[in-house]
Design a protein around this ligand. Sequence first.
Ligand SMILES: [Zn+2]
Length: 458
Amino acid sequence: MMLGILAAAVCLSGLQLAESEPSVAIVGATIIDGTGRPPISDAVAVMRGGRFVAVGKRSRIKIPADARRVDGRGKWLVPGLIDMHVHIDEVLTPGTFVLYGVTSVRDVGSNVATMQALRDRAAKGEVLPRRFWMGRNIDEGVPSWWGAVAVKGPKEVPALLDAMQREGVDGVKLYVRAKPDVTRAVILEAHRRRLPVTAHLSNTLPSTAAEMGIDNLEHITTLLDELRTLPGHTPDGYLKTFVGLESVNFRGAKTEHLVRSLARHHVAVTPTLTVAVLPVGGEAGAVATYGDWATVPSGWRKFWADPYWDFIATKGWTPEDYNRIPTARAKFFGLVQQLNRAGVQIIAGTDTPAPWVLPGAGLLAELQLLVEAGLTPSDALRAATGRAADVLRKGASVGTIRPGRFADCLLLDANPLEDIRNLRHIRSVFLGGTEADRGTLDSAFQNADPKSVKTGPP
Ligand SMILES: [Zn+2]
């Protein structure tokens, strides 16, 4: 009998513990919830058990008596940001994402061992962003880089996707060597498994992939591939991205066809303007972009000086090559603007850790570049919050400040809808309802060890 009473008591206290788990209430801030709805002034967001439990006007929300209150008056509360294009297995200091308000990332190519190691680190209490994983890049024939897997043809696709699903992918990504038959098979098989598909394509036209039902396309540069005419002597490698762009005609039939295909088939586009702009700008460009709100630590500088990164560097460029940059930039930005005007869903991704594209701070730079390309600050913010979550098909968990979602949010000292650069004025970052220790994250960032991450084949 004694045992019985004891068991009952334990049970009861367990129950009480769950119910009395302390809440946090952010009181008085203006909430921009990430859905695109108008901001709610003098609002309250209550977080408990890692989730938002109540959000709305202060006059309508009952704040639990025991809640820890955070004074939000004169501040803005926005959802934690999502970087939709990262390679986290090469990021020296993944906690830096959270330091700059990026609470979720979509990884587009890391290997399963890295993803498992990060799960273990997070389980031990390290502050890391939530990770959504698109598995290895799917190539055709021979893998075009060490991070890709290749199928011989469409018949091999179902088995590959079975294997990727067993590893726990949240979607898949097609890569440059995939031709139309493989592209079609991957889209079909992924959708059969309810997985979204994104791609960095070269052997299949973006408009063809759109007509096949692809969900998302990466890099504005790959869309311009469909619109440009390459000169007879086309250079190889990184410089190729900047060649032939003067031939792109935004009023021509090719552009019209591509833009119409993407809009009609609801294909989201991740322009990754940061990786189009920052590696060619070098250190001076990075300083101009980040200013004093994100200095580049010496460990990161050393990391990028490694010859591994030569594939995305201006090494050996002539003055004539550098002269191509202004035209290229105008075309990158012009196409983003045209897509946005046509109603194509633009989402925010960076390709960090490409040279000078810092984790976290790089996404704030990307949003700034999207505004430069013609998005409103509100639209740019949605590209990294609610809209990004919908493209991930994780809108029920992340991306917005609504009851039931993970309590990931940033308290800002200035209004990001007035100026997107106000996202730099982060007062606090909450990840799953817990305020991140930004001092610790910053010191890990400053003390980055370039040897801690292995680039190249595992
Ligand atoms: Zn990438």
